[in-house]
Design a protein around this ligand. Structure first.
Ligand code: GLN
Length: 485
């Protein structure tokens, strides 16, 4: 079963001549045909192109000139990333017919590394949501229980990895949209430091928070994917010129000698007792592997959510002003004049959650309210960041649950505020611009995955990956597969 292998296992088979990239692409495409009608991870499958790219990779292996660890590896991309010549919807009707004329930098880098693109993955519209139910097209399902959500907004990317519908995928994380779905689907999801990965060609949601990152079947796969996409890009002025380590090569360094901080504020009233117990057990396992732990305090955690739900809508209201029926995608017919055309296009093209946020954000930014809302939220953001700075003077990493609960039922959280609460433990990390990772750390009695979150200092993704790898090697969680019919 080629589709069940990790990226590094698959690469090893290619190099030994035991399998070809074409066989791997074929295996994934067959699996997508068989299972995606139930999981619904893909918005677009790029079959012909995938087979063409795989055939090109076959030749490189035949002539013993592979491009590296991702050569010939079938991957999927969240549909928020621009792909040249391939429809990019962002989960929205307003971009239903948008075909970008260029590749996002991360896409170009994966292509240069030889990766084979299987298609574009479902997501909450404009990455706003925690369940993928806000997609304008359909909801993706959790491979562990098809009646439950995969998390969001990168639900398609997470479900595809866990259901073996892609070897690895990319998602984006503005307030938790990589880590939360990774936790819900039981795989490894990494949100890099703000500035670590170029966002050129990423359709913007909230520009001071958005980061692109990988989903992998294990930690090593996440490391290989991050290495391929990270690094400075002259096309994105927020990408930082910091050297990119060979993350996979550093995985073996282990965790002995590291000090882990355990924040009291991340074990709250009302969280799932099974998540709490699994997190405690994971911390004990990390101690057994040689890490020291100590309590840390992040006292402004409880204000993170409120600050985020001012900053993110404010930035999205500005970013989404460009969808006016003139430049991209949808244009409403039968408009009386240009203002009527703008408003009809936006009324027809955007879904409920997007409209809610554009309205909230426009209000928060309007004259007379700016200081009271946006300005105040930015000051709270500084306090949240300082909490982390102080903690990182004493500890190397912070360990916490990724989410307060496991995957919920589709349709269960109709109140937007209930939905927003999913991200209490992930949002502060975006506000502070730090790297964060979710690694499988157990299952509930009913068989739903639980994620452990590791948070690091800026640009210390290597430390996160090292610690997660040590934990992964001491546990079996990542080896379990959902029983899909
Ligand atoms: N769930 C959060 C939101 O709805 C985070 C989304 C994200 O990270 N893209 O905004």
């Amino acid at each position: 079963m080629l589709a069940s292998l990790t990226v590094h296992e698959l690469g090893a088979r290619f190099r030994r001549g035991e399998a070809t990239p074409s066989q791997a692409a074929q295996a994934y495409l067959e699996r997508i045909d068989a299972l995606d009608p139930q999981v619904r991870a893909y918005l677009t499958v790029t079959r012909e192109e995938a087979l063409k790219q795989a055939a090109a990779a076959d030749l490189r292996f035949k002539s013993a000139t592979p491009l590296g660890p991702l050569d010939g590896v079938p991957i999927g991309l969240k549909d928020v990333l621009c792909t040249r010549g391939i429809r990019t919807t962002c989960g929205s009707k307003i971009l239903e017919t948008f075909v970008p004329p260029y590749d996002a930098t991360v896409v170009a880098r994966l292509r240069e590394a030889g990766a084979v693109v299987l298609g574009k993955l479902n997501m909450d519209e404009f990455a706003m949501g925690s369940s993928t139910e806000n997609s304008a097209y359909f909801s993706t399902r959790n491979p562990w229980d098809l009646a439950r959500v995969p998390g969001g907004s990168s639900g398609g990317s997470a479900a595809a990895v866990s259901a073996d519908l892609a070897a690895a995928t990319l998602g984006t994380d503005t307030g938790g949209s990589i880590r939360q779905p990774a936790a819900f689907c039981g795989n490894v999801g990494l949100k890099p430091t703000y500035g670590r990965v170029s966002r050129y060609g990423l359709i913007a949601f909230a520009s001071s928070l958005d980061q692109i990152g990988p989903f992998g079947k294990d930690v090593e796969d996440a490391a290989l994917m991050l290495r391929a996409i990270a690094g400075h890009d002259p096309l994105d002025s927020t990408s930082v010129d910091v050297p990119v380590p060979d993350y996979a090569a550093e995985l073996g360094k282990g965790i002995a000698g590291l000090t882990l901080g355990v924040p009291a504020e991340y074990f709250i009233e009302g969280m799932d007792p099974e998540v709490k117990a699994a997190t405690r057990a994971a911390i004990a396992a990390l101690e057994k592997l040689g890490a020291r732990t100590q309590p840390v305090s992040l006292p402004h955690t409880e204000y993170g959510l409120a600050a985020y739900y001012l900053i993110a809508p404010a930035e999205c209201s500005s970013n989404l002003a460009r969808y006016d029926g003139v430049k991209y995608g949808l244009r409403a017919p039968k408009a009386r004049n240009i203002v009527d055309m703008y408003s009809k296009t936006r009324a027809q093209g955007f879904g409920r959650e997007v409209k809610r946020r554009v309205m909230l954000g426009t209000y928060a930014l309007s004259a007379g309210y700016y200081d009271a809302y946006y300005g105040k939220a930015q000051r709270v953001r500084t306090l949240v960041r300082r909490d982390f700075q102080q903690a990182f003077e004493r500890v190397d990493l912070i360990v916490a649950p990724t989410t307060p609960n496991v995957a919920f039922k589709m349709g269960e959280k109709e109140d937007p505020l209930q939905m927003y609460l999913n991200d209490v433990f992930t949002i502060p990390v975006n506000l502070a611009g730090l790297p964060g990772l979710s690694v499988p750390a157990g299952f509930t009695r009913t068989g739903l995955p639980i994620g452990l979150q590791l948070i690091g200092r800026p640009f210390e993704e290597a430390t996160l990956l090292r610690a997660a790898h040590a934990y992964e090697r001491a546990t079996e969680w990542h080896k379990r597969k959902p029983a899909l019919p």
